[in-house]
Design a protein around this ligand. Sequence first.
Ligand SMILES: Nc1ncnc2c1ncn2[C@@H]1O[C@H](COP(=O)(O)OP(=O)(O)OP(=O)(O)O)[C@@H](O)[C@H]1O
Length: 235
Amino acid sequence: MTAPVLEVAGLCAGYGSLTAVSGVSLCVAPGEVVALFGPNGAGKTSTLLATVGVLPRNAGRVHWNGVPAPKSLHTFTRAGLAFVPEQRSTISSLSVLDNLRLGRGTVELALEYFPELADHLHRPAGLLSGGQQQILMLARALAGRPRILLVDELSMGLAPLVVERLLGVVRRAAEEDGLGVLLVEQQMRRALSVADRWYLLSHGKVAAQGDAHESGGAVLEEAYLESMGITQSVA
Ligand SMILES: Nc1ncnc2c1ncn2[C@@H]1O[C@H](COP(=O)(O)OP(=O)(O)OP(=O)(O)O)[C@@H](O)[C@H]1O
């Protein structure tokens, strides 16, 4: 197996006395799309935040290309990380063009990934629809040619076709540029269609993991229901 671009081992993090992430270990290889699933409150967002250095780690380690990852988001981003958080982080008063210019890559490359943004370059980002803003965020992230992309709930509130388009571009970037992707996603079937592997989080721990192409998602669905205390009746 190719050496991982991202390796998280025994990660623990939380908020005051609340433990949200409890010994999570996972890895992502170059060119691999890895999905992180789990019920609400399972610790998915907290795992991403602690991995990128936004949420302090109480224990565990994060390695990047075989060496300890930078501890702050800013330095990690300069080293080759792109993080697209759950909340849309466009600067709404700036134009789409200026939002793209704030990124680490060129506007031209951003438009190669998402040509549809060309029609909106001079509009304030705040006037874009939710889907268009997600496209802008992803375009800006990918244009920086990151080595690893962490994305939190890309599909939140978006039309199915937009979600497919976004996930399709992420898959292409993994295949063509060797980008490693860790994707938090509630839409399991859509995410499985572009993922190579998955992890299931439950109560801050990895409850199961598997190959995205195996068993059409049945193993994941069963583990997911089990993590919520629901057992499927056998017909
Ligand atoms: N800022 C915060 N302060 C205190 N507790 C928090 C904070 N953010 C999250 N938590 C708690 O940490 C736990 C994990 O939350 P987290 O957002 O990581 O879960 P999640 O799997 O991403 O959930 P969802 O799918 O609903 O977004 C939950 O119990 C949540 O209530």
